[in-house]
Design a protein around this ligand. Structure first.
Ligand code: MN
Length: 443
């Protein structure tokens, strides 16, 4: 786990002035990674780092040859059309590039002229997925989400007995994961209406979002070699925002006995910028299970995980309906939550995933599961906010939502701040629902 170092100092000031503004997501203490190119161009996507309202073009920087050693090797790896190679280089290399960029971006740096040439306004770029996501696993780490959803699906038995022992997850599908700005058609699928004689097929009627964080794996492990909890964070490249779109009516009919399938693999959207665990070092929190709960088995326990396994990441969800967009009305906040509510830490997720010898690879993505807090206003899905659709929420323009409707855009934003540390943000992830395709065979 990272100790605080010179890159976290609250006193750093950048010659990129927009980075010094209060509340700027991409302060000099953040330095997140993405894959980008100039908007509407035929350029190759390549690695970039956010600073203020600009992107540092790492491919251009690599060509200038002004960085040294591991930092230069890192920048060179970021010339590739995906970040997998850079992710595979490991924590010392990521950290070396961060330190070099932090120094180069500070007021008075000798490299200011060289770096200035490599800056592109964020408003003039577009993003791709940051890497090839070989495998995607979705966890279920909010006990508040698990309990509320469980009580809707199984009123007599909301939280299954394994929950407090096993970091529950399922293997999802990577092919439908898209980058922020994604639009997708409402999924069609098979559902069983309560009281009906047989199921029917058609557009999902209970479309929902899930407020999650995405965890990118950096260096992987060999098949058959579990990752000990003491080392597990060394395998984590960084964190993004993640909206795991879900079709609740399809899910309710299909999920037993093998778990989620088509309710979950039609679209999931990630934010473009990946914030490193090093940047998140000032926001670590202690971690424990409630005293009356079972304590994790030894392989999921370490001193450092107890001292600082949690992360204080403030998470918000906003909705903008088609009418709001047409009326130029800003997205409206419907949820305020925090990753520190998670019942399992990132280290525990990685270690549990590999306890059987399963191999993770660079670029693999772990979803945290819906990050709901204990209060209803902290619920990370409409399923919870509306109690299974029974109590629709009312937006300020009078529109009501039980579930997501066609034309709705959903935004997730995240940031970290506390006294004595510089503010850093994750930016946002937005995606928009289009009407279902009307191409089903009905008879
Ligand atoms: Mn999910």
């Amino acid at each position: 786990m990272f100790k605080l170092n010179e890159t976290h100092s609250i006193n750093l000031i950048s010659w990129v002035e927009s980075a010094n503004r209060a509340g700027c997501d991409y302060s000099i203490q953040n330095l997140p990674f993405a894959q980008f190119r100039r908007m509407n161009s035929n350029e190759n996507f390549r690695g970039g780092v956010a600073i203020g309202d600009k992107v540092i073009d790492l491919a251009a920087l690599s060509l200038m040859g002004v960085l040294k050693g591991k930092a230069q090797a890192a920048a060179q790896a970021c010339t590739q059309p995906s970040l997998n190679e850079f992710m595979a280089m490991g924590v010392e290399v990521w950290s070396a590039l961060r330190l070099a960029l932090s120094r180069a971006l500070r007021n008075g740096s000798e490299l200011q002229d060289a770096l200035t040439i490599c800056l592109i306004p964020q408003s003039a770029v577009e993003y791709s997925l940051p890497c090839q996501i070989g495998d995607y696993t979705d966890f279920y780490t909010s006990i508040h989400h698990a309990t509320r959803v469980g009580s809707l699906f199984r009123p007599d038995n909301p939280l299954l007995p394994n929950y407090k022992w096993v970091p529950i997850g399922y293997h999802g599908r990577a092919s439908s994961i898209g980058i922020s700005g994604q639009t997708f058609h409402r999924p069609n699928g098979q559902t069983m209406v309560p009281g009906a004689e047989k199921p029917c097929v058609g557009p999902c009627k209970r479309l929902d979002h899930e407020l999650e964080i995405g965890i990118f794996i950096g260096q992987g492990n060999h098949l058959g070699e579990p990752i000990a909890i003491e080392n597990s964070e060394d395998h984590v490249f960084g964190i993004c925002l993640f909206n795991d779109w879900s079709a609740r009516d399809i899910q309710g009919w299909e999920y037993q006995p093998l778990g989620p399938f088509l309710a979950k693999n039609f679209a999931s959207t990630i934010s473009p910028w990946i914030v490193s665990l090093e940047a998140l070092a000032p926001f670590r929190t202690s971690f424990s299970h409630p005293i009356d709960d079972p304590q994790p088995l030894p392989y999921l326990t370490s001193d450092i995980n107890s001292e600082a396994g949690g992360i204080d990441i403030k998470l918000q969800v906003f909705i903008q309906t088609e009418k709001m967009r047409n009326d130029s009305q800003e997205p409206e906040k419907i949820t305020d939550s925090n990753f520190h509510h998670s019942y399992w830490t990132i280290a525990q997720m990685v270690t549990h995933h590999t306890v059987n010898g399963c191999n993770l690879r660079p670029g693999d993505l772990l979803g945290s599961g819906t990050q709901s807090g204990p209060e209803l206003a902290e619920a990370g899905s409409l399923l919870e906010l509306t109690v299974g659709g029974k109590h629709p929420i009312t937006l300020s323009n009078g529109e009501k939502r039980a579930f997501i409707e066609d034309g709705d855009s959903l935004f997730i934003r995240g940031n970290c701040h506390r006294d004595g540390a510089a503010y850093i943000g994750f930016g946002e992830v937005v995606s928009t629902v289009l009407p279902a395709k009307n191409n089903l065979k009905h008879r």
